[in-house]
Write a protein that binds this ligand. Sequence first.
Ligand code: 13P
Length: 254
Amino acid sequence: MREPVIAGNWKMYKTIGQAVQFAEKLKAAAIPGGCRVVICPPFTALPAVSGVLRGTPIGLGAQNMHHREEGAFTGEVSPLMLKDAGCRYVILGHSERRQYFGETDRDVNLKVAAALDHQITPIVCVGELLEEREAGRTGEVVARQVLGCLNGLNAGQAERLIIAYEPVWAIGTGRTASAGDAQQVNRLIRDLLAENFGREVAQQVPILYGGSVKPGNAGELTAQPDIDGALVGGASLDPDSFIAIIRSAVSCKQ
Ligand code: 13P
C-alpha cells in the first residue's frame, strides 16, 4: 500500500519569518501517521524552516533546481546547495516553470537525474493546458511529458520518484478536475511507468494530483485508487487548511 503524500508548494509567498511561523504550527499539530508531509517554501526560507523541522518526519523541498553542482549560472541553485539547506525533495517541471521560464521536458529530465544523483526526491509535475484537454489530447500530452522527463532513467531510479499530475487549467483557478478525470490520467501515468520500468516500480511510485485542492475536495480526490496524495498550492499557505487536507487525505486512504 502506498503511503499518501501531501506536499505544499508555497510558490513565491512568505518571508522567512512567516515561513518559520507556519513550520512551528505544523510541527505542533497532531499530524496523523501513515502519510508523508512535505512543504516547499521559497529558497530564502529553506535553511530557517529546515531548522524548525529538524527531528520531525515533515519533509522539506525546494521548488526548482539547476542540474549542475556548481558553476557560472547566475541566479541558479544547485542540488548540493539544496541538500546543504536541508532539502530532501524538489519540485521539478512545474507548469509555471514551463510557462514563464521556458522549461522543457529536456531541462526537467536533466534536473530529475541530477536530483536522484544527490538523493533528493524529485516531485515531477506534468499536466495539459485547457486547449489540449478540449482537443482531447490530454493523454498524449501527459504521456509525452512523462516519457520526456524520465528519459534514460533505470527502474532503480524511477522507483524513487514522486509524480504530480497538475492540469494547468486547474491551477489557481478554483476549477478542479473531477475525481474521475484525475484518476483516469493518474492511471495512465501508472500504466506508462509499468510499461517502461516494470509493474513493481509502477505500484510503488506515488502519483499525486494538484490543481485547486482544498479541504473540501481533497478527500474525494485522494480516495481514488491511483491518486496517492496532493500537491497543494494556495491552500497550503494557511496551516489550518493544509492540516485539514492532510487529515482528509489520510482518512480517505484508511
Ligand atoms: P493551487 O492549489 O493554488 O491550484 O496550485 C496548485 C499547484 O500549482 C501546486 O503545485
